[in-house]
Structures are given as structure tokens and as C-alpha cells.
Design a protein around this ligand. Structure first.
Ligand SMILES: Nc1ncnc2c1ncn2[C@@H]1O[C@H](COP(=O)(O)OP(=O)(O)O)[C@@H](O)[C@H]1O
Ligand SMILES: [Mg+2]
Length: 350
């Protein structure tokens, strides 16, 4: 359940969070399947890391947290792995850590961005960044009436629905008419959003059938990736574990025009970021206190660059990592190691 390099872990009662016997990086998450590349990067950098898997357990609020740096990689899609309670467990642990003055990375305030595209899009707009025209709909009953108003304002234009708390392209579906949406909402295929909030969103056509994801660590661009939406569709989860079905075969996700051919990759390194609003996004992230993020955008044929998704829990694609000038997990391990070096153990504490 936890890994730590070069130090021991204090024996604790079942369900209590493990503690290293000296300052460490604590990685707060709920999906061990995604952690491998990060564990390897911490090992390479010689940075001690302890995993806190928030899928149950208990927290003694009277006890001070251990000394260390606390990195949240809470994922918006945690509920799809049966971890419905992880969101509030992570909120609880981060509140406890920050009240005790511990250094968090992508901490309590950032979690609210991870679980709300309304929060992301509102803050992006306020920062002067172009975002898709979006209406947030509260409750399923309000969806079709809201879509009628939305479509009437932009006749003949396709639109999307997506979940406010997304990740992995949850609930993302394109419609060309409200009649189509009405059929879908009444069908068994309709997925209720976990927080009751569905977004109606302008469909932004990509100029070249791809989207761009800009990977930031410590507030700086590490690299950009290109994701092919023709074969990748709406489920552009860069982790290896997302691209392969239970039978080991590639999946043609919803929104894809065709399945990938054997060996054909959805993700590649985008070397040229000319014309992309890297600096505006960098400033937005700094203002929001988001230190690690993958930010997705679409460039249109008519010259718009539209930012639509801020992933504060980010996975790195192995194919891209193999050719990129720098490593995402490597940059994270180095950055957290630097922060850890500045942590002075408090006397009398574990
Ligand atoms: N407004 C949009 N117009 C066109 N395509 C979109 C739009 N929003 C999302 N998509 C496509 O759907 C994918 C998933 O949507 P996204 O908002 O990133 O949700 P998630 O948080 O679940 O990843 C995107 O990567 C993109 O390919
Ligand atoms: Mg996305």
C-alpha cells in the first residue's frame, strides 16, 4: 500500500495513515494503478515517498501530521473506481494538513478545480483565456429545457454534454440537435453526473483533428502533447491503463471515428507550441495556486485557441515520455524533492 525509499514506516493501527520516520513526500491519491511511473521517478531521484491511499481508514485530528511535503493527486474520476468517498476524505486530510501549516502541492483549494469544470472555466475566463461557451445545468430535469435555449442561441451548431466532475471523458457526448439529446436523456445510456451538474457546451471543431495538452510542473511547461481525436475520441486519458480493454485489445472510445490500427498512437509529442497561450496559462495556474497540471486546448480553423480542461491530477503517456525532452514524473519528483529539502523536522514529532 505504501512505498518509501531508504527509511522505515512507523507501525500504526489498521486504517491509520502510514508515516515515515523522517521527512518524506506524501502522495495522496486513490488509484495505485497510476502510481508506478511516479514511484520509479522518486526512486531515481532518491526522494522518499509514502503513498496515502484515501479509500477508507481514519484520521486522528488531535495528532499533528508528520513532517514532509504533501502532494495531492486526487482524481476527478475516483468515483468510477468505486471510490465515492475519496473526494471528501481528501478534502478532510488536506484541511487537516494545511491547518497544521504543512506544505501541500495541489492542495485543498486546487481540489475544487479538479472536481469542477465550472470552477475551471470560470477562472480561465476571468484570466482572459478563451473557453467554450458553456451552460451549467443543475439536475437532469433542467437539461433539455436548457439545451433548447442553448441551441436556439446558436442555430445549426453542434453541442456537447459533459460532466462537471469529469475525467476520462466522462459523459462527453456530441449532439447535432436537441431532439437527439432528448432521446439520449430518456435512454438507459444517459449517465447521471456524480455531482448533479451537467454542462452544455459549444462543440469546438479542431482545425486538424487533434487537441493539445500542455503539461506544467512547478508552474513551468514541461512539454506539450498532441492527442488524435479521430482515433482517441473523447476519452483522452494518457495513462497506459486507460487505452487497453480487459482483453488487452485497444479500445475505440466514444467520439472516435475509428479504432486505432495496431501500433497507431493517440498521443505524440507536440514540439511546436508557437501561437499557443502558454504564458497566459502559466499565469492563470500561478494565480490559482495550481503547481502541477495538464491543460487541454483546441485550435480551430478560424484561429481561436480554446482552453476547456484543467487536469490537476495528471498522468503521462509512456510513448511521449520516451521521446520528450524532459520527463513529467521526473520533474515532479525533482520539484517535490527540492521542497522536501527545505522542510525542517519539528522537534518531538515523527
Ligand atoms: N467543447 C469541446 N469541443 C470539442 N471537443 C471537445 C470539447 N470538450 C471536450 N472535447 C473533447 O472531449 C474530450 C474530453 O473532454 P474534457 O472536457 O477534457 O473532459 P474530461 O475532463 O473528462 O477529460 C476532450 O479531450 C476533447 O477531445
Ligand atoms: Mg480532458
Amino acid at each position: 500500500m505504501s512505498s518509501v525509499i531508504g527509511t522505515g514506516i512507523e507501525q500504526r493501527a489498521a486504517g491509520e495513515l502510514p508515516r515515515a520516520d523522517r521527512p518524506a513526500v506524501y502522495a495522496i491519491h486513490e488509484n495505485p494503478d497510476w502510481f508506478g511511473p511516479f514511484a520509479a521517478a522518486f526512486a531515481r531521484e532518491g526522494v522518499p515517498v509514502v503513498e496515502w491511499l484515501l479509500v477508507g481508514g481514519s484520521l486522528d485530528l488531535t495528532e499533528p501530521p508528520p513532517d514532509g511535503v504533501f502532494w495531492s493527486r486526487f482524481s476527478a474520476s475516483s468515483h468510477t473506481r468505486g471510490h465515492l468517498g475519496s473526494k471528501d476524505q481528501t478534502r478532510s486530510v488536506l484541511s487537516w494538513l494545511e491547518a497544521a501549516g504543512r506544505r501541500t502541492v495541489n492542495g485543498r483549494a486546487v481540489l475544487e478545480f479538479e472536481v469542477s469544470k465550472v470552477a475551471q472555466l470560470s477562472a480561465l475566463r476571468a484570466a482572459g483565456i478563451d473557453t467554450p461557451v458553456t451552460t451549467a445545468v443543475f439536475g437532469t430535469d433542467a437539461l433539455v429545457p436548457a439545451a433548447r435555449r442553448f441551441a436556439a442561441a446558436r442555430p445549426g451548431q453542434p453541442f456537447l454534454i459533459k460532466h462537471n466532475q469529469g475525467g476520462k471523458g466522462l459523459g462527453v457526448q456530441r449532439f447535432d440537435s436537441v431532439a437527439e439529446l432528448e432521446v439520449h436523456v430518456a435512454s438507459a445510456a444517459f449517465e447521471e453526473p456524480v455531482d448533479g451538474v451537467t454542462l452544455l457546451q459549444e462543440y469546438v471543431p479542431s482545425a486538424d483533428g487533434s487537441i493539445t495538452r500542455l503539461e506544467f510542473v512547478a508552474g513551468e511547461l514541461v512539454y506539450a502533447i498532441r492527442a488524435d481525436t479521430v482515433i482517441g475520441g473523447f476519452q483522452l486519458c494518457p495513462a497506459d491503463a486507460c487505452a487497453i480493454g480487459p482483453d488487452g485489445a485497444p479500445i475505440a472510445p466514444p467520439g472516435a471515428l475509428r479504432a486505432p490500427a495496431p501500433g497507431e498512437q493517440v498521443f505524440s509529442l507536440r514540439e511546436d507550441v508557437t501561437g499557443l497561450p502558454v504564458e497566459a496559462i502559466r499565469r492563470f495556474l500561478a494565480g490559482a495556486g495550481i503547481e502541477i497540471a495538464g491543460v487541454e486546448l483546441i485550435r480551430t480553423a478560424d484561429g481561436r485557441v480554446v482552453v476547456y480542461d484543467v487536469n490537476t491530477n495528471t498522468n503521462y503517456n509512456p510513448v511521449v515520455e520516451a521521446v520528450a525532452p524532459a520527463s513529467g514524473p521526473g520533474a515532479i519528483a525533482r520539484y517535490l524533492g527540492q521542497l522536501l529539502a527545505a522542510v525542517t523536522p519539528k522537534p518531538g514529532r515523527a
